[in-house]
Design a protein around this ligand. Sequence first.
Ligand code: GCU
Ligand code: CA
Length: 137
Amino acid sequence: ATTRYEAEVSPATCDGTIDTNHTGFSGTGFCNGRNATGAALQFTVNASEAGTATLAFRYANGSGAARPADVAVNGTAAGSLTFAATSTWTAWTTQTLTVPVKAGSNTVRLSPTTASGLANIDALDADTATTTPPPTG
Ligand code: GCU
Ligand code: CA
């Protein structure tokens, strides 16, 4: 099942500001991270069971250059994303990564690896496994 986590909704944390000046975001805003290496955005993703989750980060990057970031789950490196340039700051798209998760709550931290910081990040759609219980009786 897929759940949307908005960057502006606690317990998410944005090392920057929640902005509304570029239209097309979902919810009530997006995270405009500080333009600095390590200025992170952290989501908390709930999973009903251990396994893998496919994470789709919705972002816009009108800067003209990629804004790469490392992804850590529960403090452990889980991959990286490029956040390639989009045509404008109002052109939102997604980048996806599959990561391991544990049952319960999981931190998902996006940490930019260049001094430009993160792309503007709107939300995270997390698709976590759900096992259909066997029929009873
Ligand atoms: C512009 C844009 C911001 C963006 C910033 C950046 O100021 O309006 O939304 O975050 O560039 O380069 O990071
Ligand atoms: Ca920014």
